[in-house]
Design a protein around this ligand. Structure first.
Ligand SMILES: Cc1cc2nc3c(=O)[nH]c(=O)nc-3n(C[C@H](O)[C@H](O)[C@H](O)COP(=O)(O)O)c2cc1C
Length: 199
């Protein structure tokens, strides 16, 4: 605790030892090297069901679904920095990650409907890490917008991203030491730097 910045690393791929996992590990190592306290959550090991659109959260900012998202809301709100890693699945983030994002409608409601000022806490910043199997030029367009507005729902600025194309087989990112180095630097920079929101 103390005055060390709290970084939450969110693993959005179900694949153990996969490419985004290896990248976020490097980014979190970078964050630790910059003095941060790091916590990891693996969405594929949690039970997070999709948003039911009951809109109960518009009344009080709370989600009625009793699952692992309840603990995650607290962590999302407490973190000073968020790193989300997800590969591209059909031009978006994985369903594991999207279920979490959609459940953040409760935080969006707190911020934009209920005008909860605590969600405007200054200086909270996020990093998005992604990988696509193909070299498609537009691979990351959908995911970047989703993540930008996921961060925004609870007052986090989209400060930086690391998007790597053409990495498909499990662990192939290890053949790209430059990408791993960039991940370390991005994690370090997220803690130390003052980059303005990227988009
Ligand atoms: C269900 C599924 C959908 C995918 N969709 C895309 C896609 O739309 N575009 C793309 O370039 N790669 C796509 N891929 C490939 C992954 O992005 C790629 O294998 C990536 O390296 C996986 O990252 P990971 O090891 O962190 O899970 C898809 C893979 C799966 C399993």
């Amino acid at each position: 605790m103390g005055d060390r910045l709290a970084v939450l690393g969110i693993y959005g791929s179900p694949r153990k030892g996969g490419n985004t996992e290896l990248l976020i590990e490097e980014a979190l190592r970078g964050a630790e090297a910059a003095g941060a306290r790091v916590e990891r959550v693996r969405l594929a090991e949690m039970r997070i069901i999709p948003c039911r659109e009951c809109l109960s959260c518009y009344r009080d900012g709370n989600c009625v679904i009793a699952d692992d998202m309840q603990g995650l809301y607290k962590r999302l709100l407490e973190a000073d920095r968020i790193i989300l890693a997800s590969p591209i699945f059909f031009y978006g983030i994985t369903a594991w990650a999207k279920a979490m994002v959609d459940r953040c409608q409760a935080l969006w409601a707190r911020r934009y409907i209920l005008k909860d000022e605590t969600l405007n806490r200054e200086g909270r910043r996020g990093l998005f890490i992604s990988v696509s199997g193909t070299k498609g030029k537009r691979s990351f367009e959908g995911a970047v917008l989703t993540v930008r507005y996921f961060f925004d729902a609870f007052g986090v600025a989209y400060a930086d991203d690391l998007l790597v194309r053409g990495i498909d087989a499990c662990g192939d990112i290890l053949k790209e030491p430059e990408a791993l180095r960039r991940a370390f630097d991005a994690g370090k920079g997220l803690v130390a730097g003052g980059t303005d929101p990227k988009i």
